[in-house]
Design a protein around this ligand. Structure first.
Ligand SMILES: NC(=O)c1ccc[n+]([C@@H]2O[C@H](COP(=O)([O-])OP(=O)(O)OC[C@H]3O[C@@H](n4cnc5c(N)ncnc54)[C@H](OP(=O)(O)O)[C@@H]3O)[C@@H](O)[C@H]2O)c1
Length: 328
């Protein structure tokens, strides 16, 4: 198929609600030597995209202005210094923006071969969550087999991936979610115990289980105190967002007495070299789990790219679990 000179991309000229997303025609981006051009089979919708759309999460310097942090597709062209991939290869990639498009540019270091046997569109649901969980639960959190991992937001995109990766690593996984249905999904994916936080006290349940060695938290607010209270001795609490607020009053005495680590990170603004190191660790450690069928993206719904606003409405309604995708 000949490469067109223009393609469709989703941008947000003025921050606002889902209706602020515009699909426009743009010239195809120019390739740098260390980049590849991917003909998009699908891209993932992530909660940070909704924050970017509202103007709360501006792209880092140098990032494209289009929405979308991950994509999968076929390599259309490779930059002059790329020898790992060639046109026709199926790949998935973490990108700094512009994923909601017909063609997307990715750094070769943030690109991975699409897993064998996986539907190529479904592979678009992997990069953002797998990179985030690897960086936070495994690198910062140092999760080990036999330890207890507590995953908040267990039924979301990050949560469904964290449960599966924790389980694949031999950890005992506990998860929190807002309904019986979402709890059932968490348990189907490998959580030993899913906790409906509207009805049960997760901190009490984790204390009874001996304490959480690693806690992946995107909720913040009142969860911080409870996380400190239910962490195990030398537990690691990792913040990846603060959906219920980042200005928190808490009693940190137990942090000291239990020798806890409280940390957090973001993915998008990391230097390319760091993302490449993460990609390499993921290919060595997580891709084998995928090929053994221990992890697969939980795809809730796929929308056409032209319905990106609908996809954002669904995500903001909280009615989804797992991943939402867009296809050109
Ligand atoms: N730091 C990083 O590197 C990084 C990278 C990627 C994503 N993130 C962050 O991770 C979070 C999850 O992203 P995602 O793409 O997995 O989103 P998602 O699919 O919407 O999942 C978020 C989950 O959080 C739960 N939740 C709890 N309190 C919430 C609240 N006040 N508002 C909305 N949801 C709430 C929801 O489940 P219940 O209905 O069960 O409560 C939902 O399943 C986002 O905040 C995102 O910004 C951080």
């Amino acid at each position: 198929m000949p490469v067109p000179t223009t393609h469709r991309i989703a941008i947000v000229p003025h921050p606002g609600g889902p209706e602020a997303i515009e699909i426009v025609a743009r010239p195809l981006p120019e390739l740098l030597p260390d980049e590849i051009l991917i003909r998009t089979a699908a891209c993932g919708v992530n909660r940070p995209d909704t924050f970017e759309r509202m103007g709360f999460y501006p792209p880092p310097p140098g990032a494209p202005d289009g929405l979308g942090l991950e994509a999968a597709g076929i390599v259309e062209a490779a930059g002059s210094s790329v020898d790992r991939f060639k046109p026709g290869d199926p790949v998935c990639a973490l990108v700094t923006g512009g994923g909601y498009s017909d063609y997307v540019i990715a750094k070769v270091g943030s690109t991975l071969p699409a897993p064998d046997g996986m539907d190529l569109a479904a592979a678009a649901g992997l990069p953002e969550t797998v990179f985030t969980v690897w960086a936070n639960v495994f690198e910062a959190g140092q999760l080990k087999a036999g330890e207890i991992l507590l995953v908040h937001g267990g039924a979301g995109g990050i949560g469904t991936t964290a449960i599966q990766m924790g389980r694949a690593a031999g950890a005992r996984v506990f998860a929190t979610a807002s309904s019986a249905d979402k709890c059932a999904i968490c348990e189907r994916l490998g959580a030993e115990r899913a906790i409906n936080y509207r009805e049960e006290d997760f901190a009490a349940i984790l204390r009874d289980a001996g304490g959480a060695d690693v806690i992946l938290d995107m909720v913040g607010g009142p969860y911080l105190q409870k996380n400190i209270d239910c962490a195990a001795f030398r537990g690691r609490i990792i913040q990846i967002a603060f959906l219920q607020g980042s200005r928190i009053e808490a009693d940190f005495m137990r942090l000291m007495l239990k020798q806890l680590t409280l940390t957090g990170s973001t993915l998008r603004a990391r230097p390319d070299a760091e993302k490449a190191a993460l990609a390499s660790a993921i290919e060595s450690n997580v891709w084998p789990w995928i090929s053994r069928g221990q992890i697969s993206p939980e795809i809730f719904r796929t929308f056409p790219l032209s319905d990106a606003a609908e996809a954002h409405r669904l995500m903001e309604s909280g009615g989804h679990y797992g991943k939402i995708l867009l296809t050109p």
